[in-house]
Structures are given as C-alpha cells and as structure tokens.
Design a protein around this ligand. Structure first.
Ligand code: HEM
Length: 151
C-alpha cells in the first residue's frame, strides 16, 4: 500500500479533530463544571495548560490539514465562499464556523483569561460551551462532504 497524500491528510485531519473536540467536550461537560462547583481556582491553570499543550496544537493541525483538503476539493479560492456551488457551500460553512470559533477563542484568551482570578472560573463557561458547539458543527459539516447532507 503506497503512501497516499489525500488519505494521510484525512487521517491527520480526523485525529487532530478528535483530540480537539474530545478535549472541549471533556472541558465543558466535566472539568469546568467541577471546578466551578468546587470553587477550585487552581483548576484554571491546569485547564489553561491542557488547552495550550494539547488543544492549540490539535486545533492548528485540524485547520492546516482542513485548508489543504479544502484546496484539494476546490482549487479555485474564489469559489470557497460560493454558496451556489455544493463544495463551496461546505468549505464556506467551514470557514464561517471557523471564523466564529477563532473570534470566541481570541476573546477568551486575551479578554477573559487575564480577568479569571477576579471573575472566577465560571466566567469561562459560555465561551467553552459555544466553542464546543461550533466544533461539533464543524464535524457535522465535515462529515457532510462524504455523506452529502448539505449538497
Ligand atoms: C475545529 C475545526 C474542524 C473540525 C472539528 C473538523 C472536522 C472534520 C471531520 C470530522 C471531517 C470528516 C472527515 C471524513 O469524512 O473523513 C472533516 C472533513 C473535512 N474538513 Fe474539517 N474540520 C475542521 C476544520 C476544517 C477547516 C478549517 C477546513 C477548511 C476549509 C476543513 C475542511 C474539511 C474538508 C475539505 C473535509 C472533507 C474531507 C474529505 O472527506 O475529503 N475542516 N472535517
């Protein structure tokens, strides 16, 4: 079996997406609510370490492989937001969801993180929940390339 670039990109995209989405579900459904319940301020530093050592590399790899996969499906960048083209619709939806996710991520990292000691760890809950929902929608749109739901 020869090395296949498309197949390797899919595997990398899937593995990094699994790590990213798995981490977020664990954060929003378990680690964060537990820290809020127990008023465990130190949990923030453990969560931040997990986010930067595991979450960020996984997100970076998902985005990088996703962009290359998008290019392989649609080499014309002008069509990436063309919603009348089924492939452009899927790539465009991915890019819109990604922009919203990155916007929330920047707000979380640069506005909320420095204020967490004052506001309490509960201040992160809405951002974590929304980022998790956006990531699950990215999985749904991603699966749709193969299944054809949004064509
Ligand atoms: C957190 C962000 C993302 C997650 C969780 C995610 C998740 C997924 C998943 C689960 C699949 C299904 C793979 C398969 O059917 O084998 C997929 C496919 C795909 N994703 Fe993403 N994705 C993300 C970001 C992106 C970005 C930014 C792009 C760039 C536009 C992108 C482009 C694609 C493409 C083109 C496919 C179809 C691959 C194929 O079946 O040929 N993804 N994604």
């Amino acid at each position: 079996m020869g090395l296949n670039i498309y197949g390797s990109l899919i595997v990398l995209h899937l593995v990094s997406a699994c790590v990213w989405v798995g981490l977020l579900v664990a954060l929003s459904c378990s680690l964060l609510p537990q820290a809020v319940r127990e008023r465990d301020g130190a949990a923030f530093y453990r969560i931040e370490a997990l986010y930067s050592t595991v979450g960020m590399p996984a997100l970076f790899s998902t985005i990088a492989t996703g962009l290359v996969l998008g290019y392989l499906h649609l080499p014309d960048f002008g069509a990436w937001l063309d919603f009348s083209n089924p492939m452009g619709r899927l790539v465009g939806l991915k890019l819109i969801l990604l922009a919203a996710l990155l916007g929330l991520g920047v707000d979380l990292r640069f506005r909320l993180f420095p204020k967490v000691e004052k506001l309490g760890i509960g201040a992160l809950r809405w951002h974590a929940a929304l980022i998790t929902v956006l990531s699950l929608l990215l999985v749904f749109v991603g699966a749709s390339f193969r299944i054809g739901w949004l064509y």
